[in-house]
Design a protein around this ligand. Structure first.
Ligand code: DQA
Length: 149
């Protein structure tokens, strides 16, 4: 079965209690559980990682080469700052889907810029945990060649 890397960035380990008005009350463990069930339905394997450290996220992207066929990534705050994550995505060349629980464009101006938006296939944001499900569906469709990368 094809493998998809699901990568969660900083502070997403605190989901459930972190700013529930923006991020809801589901924990990361619950979100990952729903993604695992959906992955089984879609016929893909998941590799799920969360890190609060930029370098670890870069390494997870690098290690996906030869292992995963697509990446679903919520770089969290690094979305707006990390040239290193952008460069890692470019370096491995795997199709990636950017995901956000909140809609950054409805929030502070510094969240309006994503440094990865133009190197991913597409972005899903604003739908809470459903954003992840839609992103996984898109990644699975890309892997199955039903969607162009
Ligand atoms: C986020 C949006 C980012 O601006 C923020 O820094 C996060 C989470 C989201 O999922 O809505 O940590 O990526």
């Amino acid at each position: 079965m094809p493998t998809i890397l699901v990568l969660h960035g900083p502070n997403l380990n605190l989901l459930g209690t972190r700013e529930p008005d923006f991020y809801g009350t589901e924990t990361l463990e619950e979100i990952n559980g729903h993604l695992e069930s959906l992955a089984a339905e879609l016929g893909v394997d998941l590799m799920v990682r969360q890190s609060n450290h930029e370098g670890e996220l870069v390494e997870a992207i690098q290690q996906a080469r030869g292992v995963a066929e697509a990446i679903v990534i919520n770089p969290a705050a690094y979305t707006h700052t990390s040239v290193a994550i952008r460069d890692a995505l470019l370096a491995v060349g795997l199709p990636a889907v950017e995901v956000h629980l909140s809609n950054p464009h409805r929030r502070e101006e510094f969240r309006h810029e994503s440094l990865i938006a133009d190197v991913v296939v597409g972005t899903v944001s604003g739908f809470g945990p459903v954003s992840y499900e839609l992103a996984l569906r898109a990644a699975a469709a890309i892997v199955r060649k039903e969607l162009a990368p």
